[in-house]
Write a protein that binds this ligand. Structure first.
Ligand code: ZN
Length: 660
């Protein structure tokens, strides 16, 4: 612990971090300061104030479109801006339509690229407590909306800029509210150990359910990622940068990154990431901003904001500013430097502007890069198709991931045979007959990079030192019976174009003896939670059994009507509601006599009681592990949960709990 001098620190240093004051700005366009009433860097902005700024910017500028693409769990709007010349904005639908057409055409004639703007996009503040980038987004948008110089006009004429201004507003506001409550009002603390720099658990990095949205770009479990991917696919940019912060002792990271790399990407990806990285470092050299490249951050896992764009045909990149949740408005680094929020905003602003200009400089080549990347004829993978069963517990989960990512999916209308199919479970290649209903994903489609990256059994990797995520083969992750082939094949198919969400079903709704819910169903735990919530007596099958020709797994839920007579008048109605709400199949039986296996009311099919479950949180427990349990239990309504803070644990009467 050390104490720092008492002199009032200059948190703004407007002379050094001036955001291009030499530019002539249109006075009718509001700057961030005119709406927020403070200089950027003197405070963190609440999300509602950020939204107000972007709304006022779009109403006063013909260069800016404001669009909401979703809502967070806590009800905050998810917003992207589209910025271009006034003329382009007036014709944005036609430009976007032509853009998508050009990208998906496979011929190599480049003449139609002439005059077509490049699409450049940015995602800011996906980690809520890396809060400088949304502040920077306000200055970037203002500069592009208000600057009057010829260079800016030329840049706008030749580019469509899409800004996802804050991917994780719930996490951001959690951080900003905390910071404001701890903020020294007279003089900021620069001491890193001070409470002004020590954010509370769980911090603002994650979303409402403590999930890291920057691992969710492919799977889209949460609304922040689901809305983002849906919107992203409407624009398919050529260049995308994802904005982050790291510990305050680190200098700025910019492209290129380090190994391992996704080797399915076009070879020229690396060269392009150097071009954009160089554009940033040239600016940083000029302003004496310290930085590093080619270390620490790899882009192998496709669920990052830096790598998902790359498997969607863009040059996807990452930036990492030093600062993060401990940065405050000013903090002293390990070499005595005073790192300010103002600088963090300036640095992100500088790379955003450099990226926009560099993209325009290489407009046609980058459009051609995207075309080539999206053309399946250029795929480095020899795999022609992936197959997975339509009957596994998690089949629909993978179907929905593929559909959400705009991947064309088909289903076989007949049985068919593949002479050499790789079995995902055994790793062996052999002849295989697939049954009617099997799902088929062919790689002859524009999303082939994403398909191969998430579906391959063993994605090639050149070294094993990873930033974090290292494995995800989707068919294995979802525990599916899956195969791939390099052979051509023919089978009649139908297209699957919508997500599959089973709405629930009751067979023999007016049963006289019992209702049974097979435990192998995806949502059987939700059905059990609802039965308990309505105070049903439920039993669990001790072993598998067969009723009629229908097999049931061990653990299947048995609701004996004779043990639930308190529901008798409305049981058929309630069972139907439970099937629909949980999305399960419930089968009614008129007899308890089981032909193969134990009778339904056998004492070994024991009654199961709702357990009293508690989740212990706060340090040293992982936010993510707690988040998984919290989301599955509360978010998915699987079971009630008491969330206990660790300091209060000594006061908890453990006899009242069954699971901790
Ligand atoms: Zn981050």
């Amino acid at each position: 612990m050390f104490f720092l001098p008492n002199a009032q620190p200059d948190v703004l240093d407007k002379k050094r971090f001036s955001f291009e004051i030499e530019l002539e700005m249109n006075e009718k366009i509001p700057s961030p300061k005119t709406v927020l009433s403070y200089d950027l860097g003197s405070s963190f902005s609440l999300y509602s104030d950020v939204v107000s700024y972007f709304k006022s910017l779009s109403t006063s500028s013909g260069r800016v479109l404001y669009h909401e693409y979703g809502k967070t769990y806590e009800g905050r709007p998810l917003i992207n801006l589209v910025i271009s010349s006034e003329e382009n904005i007036k014709n944005i639908d036609a430009i976007k339509h032509k853009h998508m057409q050009i990208l998906q055409e496979t011929e190599s004639d480049q003449s139609h690229l002439k005059g077509q703007p490049i699409f450049t996009s940015f995602s800011y503040n996906i980690h809520g407590n890396e809060a400088s980038s949304t502040e920077a987004a306000m200055q970037v948008a203002y500069r592009m909306a208000a600057a009057q110089d010829e260079e800016t006009k030329e840049v706008l004429k030749n580019s469509i800029i899409i800004m996802y201004i804050c991917i994780n507003p719930d996490g951001r506001d959690r951080y900003v509210y905390w910071y404001k409550s701890m903020k020294r009002l007279k003089r900021p603390s620069m001491e890193p150990q001070d409470i002004e720099h020590m954010e509370n658990w769980p911090g603002g990095r994650t979303n409402h359910y403590w999930f890291d949205i920057n691992r969710d770009w492919v799977w889209q479990v949460h609304p922040e990622a689901k809305g983002l991917s849906h919107e992203y696919q409407k624009w398919l940019p050529q260049v995308h940068v994802d904005y982050h912060e790291q510990g305050y002792n680190n200098n700025y990271f910019t492209a290129p990154g380090t190994t391992p790399r996704n080797q399915l990407l076009p070879d020229s990806y690396e060269r392009w990431s150097e071009v954009f990285g160089d554009a940033n470092t040239v600016q940083f050299d000029k302003y004496q901003i310290n930085y590093f490249t080619r270390d620490r951050f790899d882009f192998f896992y496709p669920g990052y904001g830096s790598s998902y764009p790359s498997v969607m045909g863009a040059i996807g990149m990452l930036t990492e500013q030093g600062g993060g949740s401990a940065g405050g408005r000013i903090v002293q680094t390990d070499d005595g430097f005073h790192l300010t929020l103002r600088q963090r905003i300036f640095d992100h602003y500088t790379t955003s502007i450099a990226t926009i200009k560099t993209a325009v400089l290489h407009r046609e080549k980058l459009l051609q890069y995207s075309k080539n990347a999206l053309n399946p004829a250029n795929s480095k993978s020899k795999i022609k198709a992936y197959f997975f069963s339509d009957r596994d517990v998690h089949s629909n989960d993978l179907v929905n991931v593929l559909i959400r990512n705009g991947i064309k999916l088909e289903q076989a209308l007949n049985d068919f045979q593949i002479s050499a199919a790789l079995d995902y479970r055994s790793g062996r290649i052999s002849k295989k007959v697939f049954s009617k209903g099997t799902y088929i994903v062919t790689t002859r489609q524009p999303k082939h990079l994403l398909i191969n990256t998430i579906m391959e059994r063993n994605l090639a990797i050149e070294d094993s030192v990873m930033y974090d995520m290292s494995t995800w083969s989707a068919p294995l992750a979802y525990n599916l019976n899956a195969y791939s082939t390099m052979d051509a094949f023919t089978v009649e198919t139908k297209s699957i174009i919508q997500e599959i969400n089973f709405k629930g079903l009751v067979i023999n709704n007016e049963a006289q003896y019992a209702y049974v819910i097979d435990w192998s169903q995806r949502n059987a735990p939700q059905a059990l939670a609802q039965l308990w919530a309505r105070e049903y007596n439920v039993r669990s099958a001790f072993e598998p059994f067969i009723m009629g020709d229908k097999p049931f797994t061990a653990g299947s839920l048995i609701v004996l009507i004779g043990r639930n007579l308190h529901h008798k008048d409305r049981i058929d109605l309630e069972i139907k509601e439970i099937a629909q709400n949980a999305g399960v199949e419930i089968i009614g039986f008129n007899t308890g006599r089981v032909m193969t296996g134990m009778d339904l009311a056998n004492g070994r099919n024991v009654p199961i009681k709702q357990p009293k479950v508690a989740l212990l949180v706060e340090p040293p427990f992982s936010i993510y592990t707690a988040g998984q349990i919290y989301f599955y239990s509360i978010g998915k309504r699987v079971c009630q949960l008491i969330v206990l803070k660790l300091p209060h644990f000594s006061k908890v009467v453990l006899q009242n709990l069954e699971v901790l």
